[in-house]
Design a protein. Structure first.
Length: 124
């Protein structure tokens, strides 16, 4: 029996990461504008925004894996034909979530590189 909630969960995770990253970029518009005005390259701004997002994603995935490992022992009676802590399932799930979150963070990071320094400095 195949669960139909998996794609929905991935879409929801991607939209959530996109929203948080886009909000972070909008809140940091002034800072990014100053960095660009002082000579930062678009690549360095992209790495800054994406690096911040990836650190948050890594913390979320690691804490999720720890919580899932702890709770899977409690839910072991509900599992069918799967070990409570299946390394393949945990690893695949973590990699797919990392991929989706990285893709979702890419668009706001690219938008951060297109901020015009003059407009950002004039806004505040």
């Amino acid at each position: 029996m195949r669960s139909t909630n998996r794609p929905l969960a991935l879409i929801l995770a991607g939209v959530g990461v996109y929203g948080v990253t886009a909000y972070s970029v909008s809140q940091r518009t002034h800072e990014i504008g100053v960095r660009l005005a002082l000579g930062a390259t678009a690549a360095s701004v992209f790495r800054l925004v994406l690096g911040h997002a990836l650190r948050l994603i890594a913390v979320g995935v690691v804490s999720g894996l720890i919580a899932a490992a702890a709770l899977s022992r409690v839910l072991a009676t509900l599992l069918y034909d799967t070990a409570p802590v299946d390394p393949l399932t945990f690893g695949t799930t973590a990699l797919v979530l990392l991929l989706v979150a990285t893709i979702a963070s890419y668009v706001p990071a690219r938008r951060g590189t297109r901020i015009a320094p003059v407009e950002a400095l004039r806004a505040e």
